[in-house]
Design a protein around this ligand. Structure first.
Ligand SMILES: [Zn+2]
Length: 293
C-alpha cells in the first residue's frame, strides 16, 4: 500500500490530524496508548515500526516524506488509496518522539535489492503453508535465520547478562583450544570463524549492553588469534584483516543501536587496542569518530 498526502517536511500532530479521517486518527492514537506500536526506528529517511494487529501478529509499517508528501507502506490489506491506521499510528508516534524526517525518503519497496524483489515475487506465489514450511526447514539448519525468525515473531529478545556470560566462556574455550597442544594454523582460522559466526547471530537480535561487552571480549580473542595469522602472512595474507573487519562490523552495528557513553567506550577501546599483541580489529579510529569521546 502506498499513498501520498501532502504535508510539509516539518509537520506536526495537528497537520496530521487535519489530513486524515478523524476516526482513523483516534484509532491510531489508541494503538499508541495500548502499546501496539513497537519501537520506532529510522529507515530510508522515514520511520518504521511493527504494529501489532492481533495476538502474535504484526505488520511492518514504513512512513516517510517523499516529494513533500507523506508516503506509507504497510503490510495490511488497506487499499492503495487509503492511509491505514497503522501508518497513521507510526507517524503519530514518530512525531511525538521528535523524529527527524528527511525530505527525500526512500520507501522499503524502493530500496529492495532487485534480486530480492524478484524472489519476493516468486515467494508471493506460494501458499502460506508451503512458504512457512520452507522457512522453517531452512531455519532449522541456519542458526542466523532461526534467530531472525524468532526475533521477528517476538520470541527472542536481546542477549541477557546470563546468556552473555555463558557465551563468553564458550568463545573463550574455542579460542584457547585452537592454540593448545598440537595445533595448526588452520585451527586458528576455524576458531576465528566459529567465534565470528556467534557474534553475527547476536546482531540479528535487538541490541543490548551485555551483547556489546561480549563482542568487545570476543574482539580481544580474535586479536589473539589474528596475531598468529599475521605471523604467517605468506599463507594467510588478508585473512586476519577480513576476520577483524567482520568483528568490527558487528561492534559498530551495536554502537549504532546503543549509542554507548562516548567516554566509557573510548576507555574500553583503548584498553582493547593496547592489549593487542599485533593490531586490534577495533583499532579503526575513523569508524568510531561519531561514537567515542
Ligand atoms: Zn496498515
Amino acid at each position: 500500500m502506498r499513498l501520498d498526502v501532502l504535508v510539509a517536511v516539518r509537520f506536526n500532530e495537528d497537520m496530521l490530524a487535519g489530513a486524515v479521517d478523524a476516526a482513523v486518527f483516534a484509532a491510531a492514537g489508541q494503538m499508541l496508548t495500548d502499546g501496539s506500536v513497537g519501537r520506532i526506528g529510522p529507515a530510508g529517511g522515514g520511520a518504521t515500526a511493527v504494529v501489532r494487529i492481533g495476538p502474535g501478529r504484526g505488520v511492518d509499517v514504513w512512513v516517510g516524506v517523499i516529494d513533500g508528501g507523506l508516503s506509507a507502506e504497510c503490510e495490511c490489506d488497506a487499499g492503495p488509496d487509503e492511509l491505514c491506521t497503522h501508518a497513521v499510528a507510526v507517524t503519530l508516534g514518530a512525531l511525538r518522539s521528535g523524529f527527524t524526517w528527511s525530505s527525500g525518503a526512500t520507501p522499503p519497496s524502493g530500496s529492495v535489492d532487485p534480486q530480492v524483489r524478484e524472489l519476493i515475487e516468486v515467494a508471493d506465489r506460494l501458499s502460506r503453508r508451503r512458504l512457512t514450511r520452507l522457512v522453517a526447514t531452512h531455519a532449522a539448519t541456519d542458526r542466523r535465520l532461526r534467530a531472525r525468525l524468532l526475533v521477528e515473531a517476538g520470541q527472542l529478545g536481546p542477549l541477557a547478562e546470563s546468556e552473555a556470560d555463558q557465551l563468553r566462556r564458550s568463545l573463550g574455550s574455542i579460542a584457547a583450544e585452537a592454540t593448545t597442544g598440537r595445533w595448526q594454523m588452520h585451527d586458528v582460522v576455524t576458531a576465528g570463524e566459529a567465534i565470528i559466526r556467534e557474534l553475527e547471530i547476536i546482531t540479528v537480535r535487538p541490541a543490548s549492553v551485555p551483547a556489546l561487552l561480549l563482542v568487545e571480549n570476543a574482539a580481544v580473542l580474535c586479536d589473539g588469534l589474528a596475531a598468529h595469522l599475521f605471523d604467517d602472512w605468506e599463507h594467510f595474507d588478508g585473512v586476519p584483516e577480513e576476520m577483524g573487519e567482520r568483528v568490527r562490523r558487528v561492534h559498530l552495528h551495536l554502537c549504532e543501536q546503543l549509542r554507548p557513553d562516548p567516554r566509557e567506550l573510548a576507555e574500553r577501546l583503548d584498553r582493547i587496542i593496547s592489549a593487542a599483541e599485533a593490531v586490534s580489529c577495533l583499532d579503526a579510529p575513523h569508524d568510531y569518530l561519531t561514537y567515542r569521546a
